[in-house]
Design a protein around this ligand. Structure first.
Ligand code: NAP
Length: 283
């Protein structure tokens, strides 16, 4: 039986710490603010944006929402971002992805001031993560690391396998494990012998986007298994990339879906926004 690492509990602690620090900043006259931009009517994006606004209210941040219609042009979006870049009341800017097809995501990411880029997607912040000299960490991988730390797991010297190499999750996840001296292997859709590689991992992170993809025969007995996936199973029920029922008895630690990595992402966004407010006020 594995220990279940609860993202619900750990994220509540992170948000409580952010709230306490936010109160101290307010005493100094600093009121942290996050702008969230959503373009179009994607229902999943709507849910994420609502949750982000709720988290802002909970920790005491000002939050501004820009809900833009699907046919917003790239120029219109860039103009809004430029205004927000220059607005001292806004410390963090988040543009919910995916954007409609007619908008170039790269151009939008590049237009957000790196100092306000609380998603840590700007190439300058990505580069900083690569060299280990950063202010902001991408929220989901940072959330996974927080879960690992909360369970008292030492990454140093461990065989770590990350399934997935996206810019948002897989690649930065691998880098954070490497920074903590893990021996990291990154797997993707062209990886040969995936099962063999995964079943050697002491720490296995699944960021594939395929429901219940990781089965018990891909997991070493006693491994730590972190499930980033957010999928629907054949019955429409929320599930991760790991087949929890099969893998849990074999793992030493495991994160559930829901209630694992998911809540951490928003908590880490709050942490990044607080950091942005501090940096912009020379603290
Ligand atoms: P993504 O951009 O689609 O990347 C998926 C990765 O999985 C790719 O690198 C892909 O390889 C790899 N892959 C696909 N099929 C594979 C296979 N059969 N064997 C090995 N590797 C395979 O997805 P993402 O944005 O990283 O997200 C991954 C999952 O995490 C999704 O379920 C997403 O919803 C979830 N997510 C959750 C949070 C959260 O807050 N909890 C945040 C972000 C994402 P190639 O590169 O070769 O195509």
């Amino acid at each position: 039986m594995a220990v279940i690492i609860s993202g619900k509990e750990v994220s509540a602690k992170v948000r409580a710490d952010v709230k306490a620090e936010c109160e101290l900043l307010k005493e100094k006259g600093i009121d942290p603010g996050l702008a969230v931009i959503i373009v179009g009517n994607d229902p999943a994006s709507r849910v994420y944006v609502n949750n982000k606004k709720k988290a802002c209210a909970e920790v005491g941040f000002l939050s501004e929402e820009y809900a833009l219609p699907e046919d917003t042009t790239q120029e219109e979006l860039l103009a809004i971002i430029e205004k927000l870049n220059n607005n001292p009341q806004i410390n963090g800017i988040l543009c919910q992805l995916p954007l409609p097809k007619h908008i170039d995501e790269k151009a939008i990411i590049n237009s957000i001031s790196p100092l306000k880029d609380v998603d840590a997607f700007h190439p300058s912040n990505v580069g900083k993560i690569m060299i280990g000299d950063y202010h902001f960490l991408p929220c989901t991988p940072a959330g996974v690391m927080e879960l690992i730390h909360s369970a008292g797991i030492d990454v140093c010297g461990k065989k770590c396998v990350v399934i997935g190499r996206s810019n948002i999750v897989g690649k930065p996840m691998s880098m954070l494990l490497l920074h903590e001296n893990g021996t990291v292997t990154i797997c993707h859709s062209k990886t040969e012998n995936l099962k063999e590689i995964c079943s050697n991992a002491d720490i296995l992170v699944a960021a594939v986007g395929k429901p219940k993809f990781v089965k018990a025969d891909m997991v070493k007995a006693g491994a730590v298994v972190l499930d980033v996936g957010v999928n629907r199973d054949e019955n429409g029920k929320l599930c991760g990339d790991v087949d929890f029922a099969e893998v849990e008895p074999k793992a030493s630690y495991i994160t559930p879906v829901p209630g694992g990595v998911g809540p951490m992402t928003i908590a880490m966004l709050m942490k990044n926004t607080l950091m942005a407010a501090k940096i912009q006020n020379n603290l």
